[in-house]
Design a protein around this ligand. Structure first.
Ligand SMILES: Cc1cc2nc3c(=O)[nH]c(=O)nc-3n(C[C@H](O)[C@H](O)[C@H](O)COP(=O)(O)OP(=O)(O)OC[C@H]3O[C@@H](n4cnc5c(N)ncnc54)[C@H](O)[C@@H]3O)c2cc1C
Length: 245
């Protein structure tokens, strides 16, 4: 690895060849807050890892507590079985924010926010930490919800594996701008522009088998129709962190 870039470790992740953005490096950030903002606006990530030389990339739900990322799955899952011993992994989140139509095919692009986090993924064995994580998988997205739910059975807990990964290094890469045409192409009579992309929530659909009189709780109000999913998840993360503090 080449020499590390010295950034303030309290606000930035350390930079080595592993996480240094080489292509279009002006879009990069190693700032913890910038990386966290991209992570916290998502619930879906892709975890990449190698087993016996074969790369895999698994989509899964995840959440963040400080510099630690968590995800969970069935105890029978191949990924989780191999992670037991501790395994290098890369967790990636990407948001598509816009389609960029240029005056040449070459300059077509996309607006996006993406984060890549590197670390060693490990099974959470500690009973207390696992129980807390099993509450967190609900409460991070729906603050305070787990306390009002039917408790998890021993069998359910046994069937669930929780993985934790301390973020050792990370990078964020963001494109948030208009058309990047070559100067000479701006004079061409060709339409160009940006089509913004947003994930917006629809109307809530209560379960048709609800016990009569059961009203939607406050955590459902957080996911109000018309709100972007990004904003809902950022609001939920803020409430979750306030509850943890
Ligand atoms: C929605 C979306 C669409 C994209 N479309 C294209 C496309 O069509 N063509 C294209 O070439 N690229 C595209 N990208 C960018 C792509 O993710 C890579 O950044 C790019 O391809 C360079 O990859 P590389 O491995 O050569 O980067 P390098 O700069 O060699 O990667 C080195 C290190 O930089 C960091 N890094 C690289 N890319 C990212 C990233 N996206 N987010 C966070 N950290 C990063 C990682 O830590 C990585 O290990 C797109 C990204 C997104 C999110």
């Amino acid at each position: 690895m080449s020499a590390e870039r010295q950034l303030d470790p309290s606000t930035s992740y350390p930079v080595t060849d592993r996480n240094r953005v080489k292509r279009l490096h002006e879009r990069a950030s190693y700032d913890r807050a910038a990386v966290h903002a991209i992570l916290d606006a998502a619930l879906l990530c892709h975890v990449a890892y190698v087993i016996d030389g074969q790369p895999y990339c698994t989509p899964t739900l995840f959440w963040r507590e400080g510099d630690r990322l968590y995800w969970h799955g069935s105890s029978a899952s191949r990924m989780l079985r191999h992670l037991k011993a501790g395994m290098p992994a890369c967790l990636t989140v990407s948001h598509l924010d816009g389609l960029v139509l240029a005056r040449s095919g070459f300059n077509h692009s996309a607006n996006y926010r993406a984060a890549m986090c590197f670390g060693t993924a490990r099974i959470i064995d500690d009973a207390e930490e696992k129980a807390a994580a099993m509450r967190a998988v609900v409460d991070r997205f729906y603050p305070d919800r787990s306390a009002g739910l039917r408790p998890i059975t021993t069998q359910e807990a046994k069937a669930t594996t929780i993985i934790g990964m301390e973020i050792e290094q990370a990078s964020a890469k963001v494109r948030a701008k208009g058309v990047g045409d070559d100067e000479a192409d701006f004079a061409l009579p060709i339409w160009a522009g940006v089509i913004p992309v947003k994930t917006v929530l629809g109307e809530v659909e209560p379960c048709p088998r609800l016990v009569p009189g059961v009203a939607a709780p406050p955590e459902v109000d957080l996911y109000a129709p018309g709100k972007t999913l990004d904003q809902c998840l950022l609001d939920a993360q803020r409430e979750y962190e306030e509850d943890l503090a």
